[in-house]
Design a protein around this ligand. Structure first.
Ligand code: ATP
Ligand code: MG
Length: 624
């Protein structure tokens, strides 16, 4: 059990914790949410014993193992990815590393090696090593990469190594500070599954609603120094919160009316000498009356203001036969595409395929090996990426830093932009060096939005942003009149912002006009068609006659129409499954409603699988 006892913390004028007392049980799966800068990271640090407090203390039951993943980590290691990961097992890891050293030196017939081998075997080495590989693969390290030195990894990938090591420790309680930030969709899904099945409890900070809904059964909301507790996942909290807001608003309105009436009476009474005393006492009573107060979360009234656009040519970017490899590894080859004015293009690719590399070739951070690209007439670009966040001037204030880069027309609007990005009042005078992760990202974004440009190049713009800031940015981008080309791991952002998709798969770059949904659908269809074709080929080769016979009996009169009908059915079911997942998030785990919703989800999922199988069969039959 973890006991937070009267935690208080003040930074300058900002109260981060105002006498917080709370118990956390070992097996609780808790999401910790709150706006950027609320103090979430600071709370985890305090529990991990790495943050001095102004008052109060944290008590952890003795023997309870707590593991902490900070928001930003730097991993210094001379080992390979696999060896570094094995070090998570303490002594066993040390033996493993030593045994490998001896192997590399060819000293396998010494006594030490024999002892190591028997020690390793006695401590379940085989299954531990395979568990380590499993987690590595789950988090996106393909087996071939396990021997690469950790030192060659980018910060984002180093994070994954740290996360892997943490998961292998099998702690009682994990403190995760935005663990999914550097993960792509696949790795995110994997982690969610892992956490759901895990016996460990955790306190997990995330700004990703999907992740929170999937893995948390309880929600802590940190804001204005206080911790509010909700007994359900993120969606549950939002609903409960909205209800509370509605309730308090109504209560406040009623109270305001009451106060106005009392004031009128007081004024009336004051005018009469006989009732002046009464008026006085009523006034006192009114002053003492407890006011209904409720802090609504700060919601910006304005959307993001963009600078007026200078019109660019029809084609804003032309890429021809662009190729890039890193050593042996081909990232992309002969990429050719055009971007038209006003398009918003998402680059989509599986794990580690090189989305950022493709994007960064366009703004000069990488040099392509071959091919050319050129921006169109009158195109002015601005770039957002993590390096720029790192390059902010640590000693400037938020306001200074953004004003410095503003174009003439936007100079007067800097505060508006900062306000839209949720920097309110005095917070614009904070120095960059004390900002939280999300606050820094927002400053870098603000800098980008006050430049006189008409094309934005963005790499993971919503990383670290709280849900409100994400919403502001997503909505802003979706209504932006200029051109955008971007990479994001957040499917919500991709599906709301993108008007076209560039996919990167095994070195091949393709352009799909249309939204992310239509792109996904098209790809599923292609995959299904492919596997059907493969199956039918195999079938024909192995047993030509029976397959043919079956196909003939099953084949509908008009296979093309039948396929279309099934596709429509699949699309419907797909929607229904998505909805069912959302509904699932509304119920508390373990309740009857939850079980019913789960049943429904399972049934829909089955139907969807059946329809997909059917589609493949009809397709196979129609081409046989
Ligand atoms: N040394 C310091 N002096 C003054 N203010 C500080 C200092 N360290 C942190 N802060 C402020 O404390 C607040 C809480 O920071 P913290 O990193 O805990 O936020 P967070 O909730 O994790 O935010 P995010 O979602 O952006 O990661 C921030 O507003 C930050 O600017
Ligand atoms: Mg933080």
């Amino acid at each position: 059990m973890i006991r937070l006892q009267g935690l208080s913390l003040v930074f300058g004028e900002q109260t981060i914790f105002n006498n917080i007392t709370q118990l956390i049980q070992e097996d609780e799966k808790i999401g910790l949410v709150g706006p950027n800068g609320a103090g979430k990271s600071t709370l985890l640090k305090a529990i991990a014993g790495q943050q001095k407090l102004t008052g109060g203390h944290v008590q952890i039951t003795s023997g309870m193992r707590v593991a902490y993943l900070p928001q930003e980590v730097v991993l210094q290691s001379q080992y390979s990815i696999f060896d570094e990961t094995m070090l998570a097992y303490g002594e066993l890891g040390q033996w493993h590393v030593r045994a490998r050293e001896l192997e590399r030196a060819g000293q396998m017939d010494c006594d030490e090696y024999a002892t190591l081998q028997s020690d390793l075997a006695a401590h379940d080495y085989g299954s531990k090593a395979s568990q380590a590989r499993k987690v590595l693969v789950g988090l996106g390290f393909e087996q071939e990469r396990h021997e690469m030195p950790v030192s060659t990894l980018s910060v984002g990938w180093q994070m994954r190594v740290v996360l892997t090591k943490l998961l292998l420790q099998d702690a009682d309680m994990y403190l995760f500070d935005e663990p999914t930030n550097h993960l792509d969709l696949q790795a995110r899904e994997w982690l969610c599954r892992f956490l759901r099945q895990s016996r460990s409890g955790y306190l997990l900070i995330s700004h990703d609603r999907y992740v929170l809904d999937q893995v948390c059964e309880k929600t802590f909301v940190l804001g204005k120094g206080k911790l509010r507790i909700y007994d359900g996942n993120y969606s549950y909290y939002r609903r409960a919160y909205d209800e509370q807001v509605a309730h308090f608003r109504a209560a406040k309105e009623a109270q305001d009316r009451d106060i106005a009436q009392r004031k009128q009476t007081i004024e009336r009474f004051k005018a009469k000498a006989s009732k002046a005393k009464m008026a006085k006492s009523m006034e006192k009573q009114l002053d003492r009356m407890e006011r209904v107060e409720f802090d609504e979360e700060m919601v910006p009234e304005i959307g993001l203001p963009f600078p007026p656009l200078e019109r660019a040519g029809e084609v804003v970017l032309r890429v021809e036969n662009l190729s890039k490899s890193f050593g042996e590894k081909l990232i992309f080859k002969d990429a050719s595409f055009e971007v038209a004015r006003g398009e918003r293009i998402a680059i989509v690719a599986p794990n580690g395929a090189g989305k950022t590399t493709l994007l960064s070739c366009l703004y000069g951070a990488h040099k392509p090996d071959a091919g050319t690209f050129s921006f169109g007439h009158n195109v002015a670009t601005a770039v957002f990426e993590q390096e720029q966040v790192a390059a902010l001037n640590q000693n400037a204030t938020v306001l200074e830093e953004v004003e410095n880069g503003a174009c003439k027309t936007m100079r007067g609007q800097v505060r508006r932009v900062l306000g839209a990005l949720l920097f309110s009042g005095d917070s614009v005078h904070k120095k960059i060096r004390v900002l939280s992760g999300g606050e820094r990202n927002r400053v870098a974004l603000a800098k980008l939005l006050v430049q006189q440009v008409n094309m934005l190049i963005l790499d993971e713009p919503t990383n670290h942003l709280d849900l409100l800031a994400q919403q502001v940015l997503t909505e802003g981008l979706a209504s932006y009149q200029g051109t955008v080309i971007f990479v994001s791991h957040d499917r919500d952002v991709v599906s709301k912002v993108a008007t076209a998709i560039i996919s990167l798969d095994q070195g091949k770059v393709s352009y799909y006009p249309g939204t992310y949904e239509s792109f996904c659908f098209m790809r599923e269809q292609q995959a299904a068609a492919q596997s059907a074709a493969q199956r039918s080929n195999k079938g024909v080769a192995q047993a030509a006659a029976p397959v043919k016979a079956k196909a003939q009996t099953d084949l509908p009169a008009d296979p093309r129409k039948a396929l279309q009908a099934i596709e429509r059915e699949i699309a419907k079911l797909d929607e229904a499954v998505k909805k069912a997942v959302m509904v699932l998030g509304d119920y508390e785990y373990g309740t009857a409603e939850y079980d019913r919703a789960l049943d429904k989800y399972d049934r829909l999922r089955e139907q969807l699988d059946e329809q997909q199988k059917l589609w493949e069969e009809v397709y196979a039959a129609s081409v046989a």
